[in-house]
Design a protein around this ligand. Structure first.
Ligand code: SAM
Ligand code: SF4
Length: 522
C-alpha cells in the first residue's frame, strides 16, 4: 500500500443512523456476509482472505511520520485503558505499541476492567480454541458495556483480519464499538476519536500487505527484556496456517532502524532483546537495493553492547550457512535455537507446504550442531494433520528423539477457514489425535527432564526477571538456554545477570542458590 492509498483509506466514512435504517430490511440475525459487505462499502473495505492471499509486488514503503494528532494529544487525560493480549510474541509487542500510542494520548493503563475507559482485545486466530476464548471474553464484557455506555470496547489483532469473525461480531456482539486489523494499529488515535464522537460502530481492516511504520511509540513491559520486530508478515503459506492472510506479506525493517533501536535499548539498560518475525530467516529478502540477510543483521547486532540477543521464529527452509557462521561467534548471540519442524514425516511436510524434508531438517540440525556443539534446540509440532497415518506420526516421534529437542510447543491440528488444509477431508478421529498428542508430550517431557538433570550442581548465568509468582521470597529468571531458574537471592539482583548453582532439576525448571560474588556479563 502506498502513501496515497494510506491517506485515502484513512478517511473513515461513518454510516449515520438514517443510512443504517435503510440498510436494515432484514433482521440482523438473518443477515449474511454479503449484506455486511454492503454495509462495509460505506464504511471501509471488508477483510478478505482471498485478497490477502494475492500478493502485490508493490514496493514496501517505510514511514517515519507517525504523530498523534494535536486534538488527540490530551484526550485520554484522567482516563484508563486495558489491553488483553492473546497469542504470540508478535501480539505481545503490538500491545506494547498500542499501549505506547494510548499513553501518548494521555491514557493510563489499568488491569481492572471496571476502571477502564477503553478495553482492547488483541486477538489470535491461529487455532479455533484461541478464537473461542476471545468470543467468551466479548460476551463477558457485555454487562460492563451496558452499565458504562461510554466505555470503548475494541477487537483488534489477527481475528479482526477474518471476514467471518467480523461478520459474527457485527451480527451477534453489537456492544463492540471498534474493530481494527493488524495493519491499522498506527491509526489508533483516529479510530478512538471516531469511536468517541461518532454514532456508528467503527470497522477498519486492510486486507493486503501493509507498509512499515517506524516511529510508533512503545510502552514496553518491563525494563529488562525487550521485543524488537525485524520484519512483518509471512509469505510461506503453510497449508494449515492463517498467518500469511492475517499479517500480510513479508516486509523487513531497514537494518539501520533495527540497529538503532537495539542500541537505544542497550543504552537504557535492557539486558536482552528478542528479534521478532513470523519467519525471521526471510529477513531482507524483500530488499531490492541491498543484499543483507538475518546473518548480516545478527553480525551487526553482535557488536552492540547488550548481553543477550535471541530471535524467533526461524523457518528451517531459509536458515542459511551465513547465519550459522555468525551465530557460532557466540558472545551475546545465544545458542538456543527455536526451529519449528511441525512433523517428522516428509510426506506430511509436503502436504503442509513446508518446503523441506525430514532429511533436510536433520541435515540442518547437523550443521548447527557442528558449528555450535552446545546448541539447545526447541520446536513446534502439529499432530493430527488431515489424514496423518500412525506411521507418519511415529516418524515425528523418532525425529523428536533423534534431534533431542529439549522443549516443544505441541498442538493438535485446528482447521482454519480459508486455508488449503481446511478443505481436506480428514479421516483421523479426534480421539486418535488426542492420544498422539499425549504420547508426544510424554516424550517431550522426558527429554526436557533429562536435559534439566545435566544442570544439577552446575553453575549457570541467570538473567533475574523478578520474584517467583509462587513465592515472593524466591527470585526467578532464565538461563542463556532459556531454562527457568528459581532461587533465593537479594531483590537487588533483579535486572542483572547472576551466577546460580543448581541444587534441584525438575521437568520444566531448575532450583538453585545464588553464588555469593555475582557477575555482570557483557
Ligand atoms: N512462523 C512460525 C513457523 O513457521 O514455525 C510459527 C508461527 S505460528 C504463530 C506458531 C505455531 O502455531 C506454528 O509453528 C504451528 O506449530 C502452530 N500452528 C499454526 N497453525 C496451526 C493450525 N492450524 N493448527 C494447529 N497448530 C497451528
Ligand atoms: Fe504460518 Fe508457515 Fe508462515 Fe509460520 S511460516 S507463520 S507456520 S505460514
Amino acid at each position: 500500500m502506498n502513501e496515497q492509498q494510506r491517506k485515502e483509506q484513512a478517511q473513515i466514512k461513518q454510516v449515520d443512523a438514517a443510512d443504517r435504517k435503510s440498510g436494515q430490511e432484514k433482521p440482523l440475525s438473518e443477515k449474511t456476509s454479503a449484506d455486511f459487505a454492503k454495509y462495509f462499502e460505506t464504511t471501509y473495505e471488508p477483510p478478505n482472505l482471498n485478497k490477502a492471499r494475492k500478493r502485490g509486488r508493490d514496493k514496501v514503503n517505510v514511514h517515519y511520520d507517525f504523530a498523534i494528532p494535536e486534538d488527540m494529544e490530551r484526550i485520554g487525560e484522567g482516563k484508563k485503558f486495558l489491553i488483553r493480549t492473546y497469542g504470540c510474541q508478535m501480539n505481545e509487542h503490538d500491545t506494547e505499541v498500542m499501549a505506547g500510542i494510548l499513553t501518548e494520548m494521555g491514557y493510563e493503563s489499568t488491569s481492572d476492567t471496571n476502571e477502564a475507559d477503553i478495553i482492547l482485545l488483541n486477538t489470535c486466530a491461529i487455532r479455533e480454541n484461541a478464537e473461542n476464548k476471545v468470543f467468551g471474553e466479548i460476551g463477558h464484557l457485555k454487562p460492563l458495556k451496558l452499565e458504562k455506555p461510554d466505555l470503548i470496547l475494541g477487537v483488534c489483532g489477527c481475528m479482526s483480519q477474518e471476514e467471518s469473525v467480523v461478520n459474527r461480531i457485527l451480527k451477534k456482539h453489537q456492544h463492540v464499538d471498534l474493530i481494527f486489523g493488524t495493519h491499522n494499529i498506527h491509526r489508533l488515535p483516529h479510530l478512538v476519536k471516531e469511536a468517541m464522537f461518532g454514532k456508528e460502530k467503527i470497522v477498519e481492516v486492510w486486507s493486503k500487505e501493509g507498509d512499515v511504520i517506524e516511529n510508533l511509540p512503545k510502552a514496553r513491559k518491563g525494563k529488562i527484556k525487550a521485543w524488537v520486530n525485524i520484519m512483518y508478515g509471512c509469505d510461506k503459506f503453510c497449508t494449515y496456517c492463517i498467518v500469511p492472510m492475517t499479517r500480510g506479506k513479508e516486509r523487513s525493517r531497514r537494518p539501520e532502524d533495527i540497529v538503532q533501536e537495539v542500541r537505544h535499548l542497550a543504552a537504557q539498560g535492557y539486558q536482552e532483546v528478542t528479534l521478532l518475525g513470523q519467519n525471521v530467516n526471510a529477513y531482507g529478502k524483500d530488499f531490492d537495493d541491498i543484499t543483507y540477510g538475518l546473518g548480516d543483521l545478527m553480525n551487526d547486532i553482535h557488536k552492540i553492547d547488550i548481553p543477550r540477543v535471541r530471535f524467533t521464529t526461524s523457518h528451517p527452509r531459509d536458515f542459511d550457512d551465513r547465519l550459522i557462521e555468525v551465530l557460532a561467534k557466540g558472545g551475546n548471540l545465544l545458542d538456543h535455537i527455536h526451529l519449528p519442524v511441525q512433523s517428522g514425516s516428509s510426506e506430511i511436510l509436503k502436504k503442509m507446504n513446508r518446503k523441506y524434508t525430514r532429511e533436510e531438517y536433520l541435515e540442518l540440525v547437523r550443521k548447527i550442531r557442528e558449528a555450535m556443539p552446545n546448541a539447545t534446540l526447541t520446536t513446534d509440532i502439529i499432530v493430527g494433520f488431515p489424514n496423518e497415518t500412525e506411521e507418519q506420526f511415529e516418524e515425528t516421534m523418532t525425529l523428536v528423539e533423534e534431534v533431542g529437542f529439549e522443549a516443544a510447543y505441541t498442538f493438535i491440528y485446528s482447521p482454519r477457514e480459508g486455508t488449503p488444509a481446511a478443505r481436506k477431508k480428514d479421516d483421523v478421529p479426534e480421539e486418535v489425535k488426542k492420544k498422539r498428542l499425549y504420547r508426544l508430550n510424554e516424550l517431550v517431557n522426558k527429554q526436557s527432564a533429562e536435559s534439566m538433570k545435566t544442570y544439577q550442581y552446575q553453575k549457570v548465568k541467570v538473567l533475574v526477571e523478578g520474584e517467583s509468582k509462587k513465592d515472593p521470597d524466591v527470585l526467578a529468571g532464565y538461563t542463556e538456554k532459556n531454562k527457568l531458574v528459581n532461587f533465593k537471592g537479594p531483590k537487588s539482583a533483579i535486572g542483572s545477570i547472576v551466577e546460580v548453582e543448581i541444587t534441584e532439576a525438575k521437568t520444566w525448571s531448575l532450583n538453585g542458590v545464588m553464588v555469593e560474588n555475582t557477575v555482570e556479563v557483557n
